[in-house]
Design a protein around this ligand. Structure first.
Ligand SMILES: NC(=O)c1ccc[n+]([C@@H]2O[C@H](COP(=O)([O-])OP(=O)(O)OC[C@H]3O[C@@H](n4cnc5c(N)ncnc54)[C@H](OP(=O)(O)O)[C@@H]3O)[C@@H](O)[C@H]2O)c1
Length: 301
């Protein structure tokens, strides 16, 4: 059964970038929301929404997840990391958490946000762990919905904003690793709309949706479009070998701006599988990149 708009939906990772867009979308449709965060003090601004609860707790504690699930009709998992702070983080966050959600949320509508390119045979530990998480969830909850987004952009993102900050520092042209890798950037509001539609639609049960923008483009072209919009020099593509060398260096820099595993993730590309269910099957027409990018870079959105 699809989730009715007066239902309560629990969202893990709901205070993050995608989470906030999803909150706007679901709250606007009339849902009651229960968001789980490790740091509620940082997200008090969300409490202005009348049908929203902010719960502090550890999503890795199954007993706590059972409490979170009580009185809800759906469970959405947006918790994800791009890199490990400690060995085993990918397993804990991407593989064990979806299984925990499935056990704690037995009988609820479950929705897991994975990633385009997730593959158990990938050389990227990030993409392997995302694929294993999908499998763990499916084994326990065959009717769970999985969505696999490509790179997500929009206000407050980790993608356009990063290049916008870096580009002015390279007046001779920012070096872009693996510039030929294909990505299909999708706007965060289209992702949120797609998730809301998937929750509401009975027929979405057990489906695996690719969430991609309308165009698959080389990363270098997308960065070049951002550079043009902010009046910066055209970026320069780095070869795969040079990019790998850079990753080997940067993964030892505090904050790990780029790691070898991220190099593998980028090399795999981030596009949707042709013929697989996608946003259009949920009635969503993803917006063209150029227009949305213009609004974002010029600060109109
Ligand atoms: N952004 C993209 O381009 C993109 C592309 C493909 C897939 N995805 C997937 O989409 C989902 C949402 O992405 P996002 O961009 O919104 O990420 P985000 O802004 O980093 O938010 C993720 C949330 O997960 C929680 N979290 C992170 N590490 C955690 C940990 N170790 N234990 C418990 N909670 C943890 C954090 O919640 P608190 O700090 O509030 O506790 C954070 O707000 C993720 O699964 C991501 O892999 C994103």
């Amino acid at each position: 059964m699809g989730v009715r708009p007066d239902a309560r939906v629990a969202v893990l990772g709901g205070c993050g970038f995608v989470g906030r867009a999803l909150v706007r979308e679901l709250h606007g449709r009339g849902y009651r929301l229960r968001l789980v965060t490790r740091r509620p003090d940082r997200h008090r601004d969300l409490l202005v929404l009348p049908r929203l609860e902010l719960w502090e707790g550890d999503v890795h504690d199954e007993g706590f997840l059972r409490e979170v699930a009580s009185g809800t009709q759906a469970f959405v998992n947006l918790v994800g990391i791009l890199k490990e702070d400690a060995p085993g983080d990918f397993v804990r966050v991407h593989e064990e958490l979806p299984a925990r959600m499935a056990r704690a949320g037995r009988g609820l509508r479950l929705l897991q946000v994975s990633a385009a390119g997730a593959d158990v045979r990938s050389e990227s530990a990030y993409l392997r762990s995302k694929a294993r998480g999908e499998a763990c969830l499916r084994a326990l909850a065959p009717t769970a919905i999985v969505v696999r987004p490509s790179v997500i952009y929009g206000p407050g993102d980790h993608f356009v904003s990063r290049f916008r900050k870096l580009l002015p520092w390279a007046p001779w042209g920012l070096p872009v690793p693996l510039a030929e890798s294909l990505i299909a950037p999708v706007h965060v509001d289209d992702v949120a709309y797609g998730i809301a539609m998937a929750l509401a639609r009975t027929a979405a049960a057990g489906e695996n949706y690719g969430f991609c923008g309308p165009q698959a483009l080389p990363l270098g072209d997308v960065v070049a479009a951002i550079a043009t919009l902010c009046g910066c020099a055209r970026p320069r593509g780095l070869s795969a070998r040079m990019s790998l060398l850079l990753a080997r260096l940067l993964e030892h820099v505090p904050g790990t701006p780029f790691s070898v595993d991220q190099w593998h993730t980028l090399k795999a590309g981030s596009v949707c599988t042709a013929g697989a269910p996608d946003l259009s099957d949920l009635g969503v027409a993803p917006r063209p990149l150029q227009e949305a990018l213009e609004a974002l870079v010029r600060g109109w959105a």
